[in-house]
Write a protein that binds this ligand. Structure first.
Ligand SMILES: NC(=O)c1ccc[n+]([C@@H]2O[C@H](COP(=O)([O-])OP(=O)(O)OC[C@H]3O[C@@H](n4cnc5c(N)ncnc54)[C@H](OP(=O)(O)O)[C@@H]3O)[C@@H](O)[C@H]2O)c1
Length: 251
């Protein structure tokens, strides 16, 4: 087998690639010719299954798995450097892993604050720091935010506030990295199933789908298509933006 670090094809690091939106984006980016660094935390089987699928479709060097609990100090830096060492280049970062602790403010303890901010805000900071140091010129950064930032709901305090941090970090990265042709944008993704919204009560999912302009919730593929566009050469004039990807649900 050839050494992946000598392969000149572009590479994308996708965090949360063991999950619904991340795996859909990984498949879509692989179609566009990216080799994929599959970031995962606990879901080893899903990560390995995605790797096998991408290799079967796109060849042996198409993907590799990288485990990291991004909420831990140093883990985001380490996964970026490991993926860079393996592939020899990182051209795109899909900063997509995320955690939620639903519940009213009165029930939220300090540990919940630390856990959610570590996974959503600290990990974003550390990944963008590595991207600023090592991402290829003309590279791409897309971060996954949520419509809960623009349309806050009860029970989402830590999730919404930590994703607001992700948005601001992404916007600052856009300013700092533009001189190297790198774009950075965040997506305010709306309720998407499968994915985190599948944790919501089924009646709430059904009611929201019925009230949605297109009569349905989002799918991971809906978001993956937008990610692929922003990661493509056609996306080079869009940076520092927060795009809502929700089928008009919060419009
Ligand atoms: N689905 C929605 O309705 C919706 C709406 C708006 C925004 N989002 C955002 O979309 C992103 C993807 O969510 P999803 O819907 O695809 O949910 P999902 O299927 O549950 O995927 C979540 C992913 O995040 C990873 N992850 C969680 N904590 C992590 C940690 N500490 N370190 C590393 N990885 C971690 C998980 O990895 P393991 O499984 O390997 O542990 C998993 O791959 C999240 O940022 C979420 O906030 C989702």
């Amino acid at each position: 087998m050839t050494d992946p670090s000598n392969d000149s094809r572009r590479c994308a690091l996708v965090t949360g690639a063991s999950g619904a939106i991340g795996s859909a984006a990984a498949r879509r980016l692989a179609q566009d010719g990216f080799r994929i660094a599959i970031g995962f935390c606990k879901s080893l089987e899903k990560a390995l299954s995605l790797k096998a699928e991408l290799q079967a479709t796109h060849g042996d060097g198409a993907a590799e798995v990288f485990q990291a609990d991004l909420a831990q100090k140093g883990a985001a830096d380490e996964i970026f450097v490991r993926a860079l060492g393996h592939f020899g280049r990182i051209d795109a970062l899909f900063n997509n892993a995320g955690a939620i602790r639903p519940g009213p403010l009165a029930s939220m303890d300090d540990a919940a604050f630390d856990a959610v901010f570590a996974a959503n805000a600290y990990a974003t900071f550390a990944l963008l720091r590595q991207a600023a140091r090592h991402l290829s010129d003309n590279g791409r950064i897309v971060s996954t935010s949520t419509t809960v930032v623009s349309s806050p709901i009860a029970g989402a305090s830590l999730y919404a506030a930590s994703k607001a941090s992700l948005e601001l970090l992404t916007m600052v990265a856009a300013k700092e990295l533009a001189p190297r042709g790198i774009t950075a944008n965040a997506l305010r993704v709306g309720p998407t199933v499968p994915g985190l919204f599948a944790l919501a009560p089924v009646e709430r999912q059904t009611a929201m789908a019925a009230a949605a302009p297109f009569g349905r919730l989002g799918t991971p593929k809906d978001t993956a298509e937008v990610v692929a566009f922003l990661m493509s050469p056609a996306g080079s004039w869009i940076t520092g933006q927060i795009l809502t990807v929700d089928g008009g649900i919060t419009s």
